[in-house]
Write a protein that binds this ligand. Structure first.
Ligand SMILES: [Zn+2]
Length: 89
């Protein structure tokens, strides 16, 4: 398959001031982890994108709307791979 157009995410970053230590951070794609929460049958599940502050290890939640779709897919795939190898051990 040929890609005709794809959003360039190589310069993506999310600016965030950590609520735990007031450090201003630029979160990069590689820092982001994906978690999926399965809802019960009446409610849909939801996705959560998080990172850890490099200074205080506090959890940072990145709003889904701030992450380009293509990047979300990449992060999801990457996180899946990690969790698979975790279970293999
Ligand atoms: Zn912090």
């Amino acid at each position: 398959m040929k890609v005709i157009k794809k959003e360039d995410t190589s310069n993506w970053g999310y600016k965030h001031t950590c609520t735990g230590c007031d450090t201003e951070l630029l979160i990069e794609a590689k820092d982001v982890r994906h978690q999926r929460f399965d809802g019960d049958p009446r409610e849909p599940g939801y996705d959560k994108y998080t990172a850890s502050c490099c200074e205080c290890s506090g959890q940072i939640i990145i709003p889904e709307s701030k992450i380009p779709k293509i990047l979300r897919v990449e992060i999801q795939n990457r996180t899946k791979r990690y969790s698979t190898s975790y279970f293999d051990r």
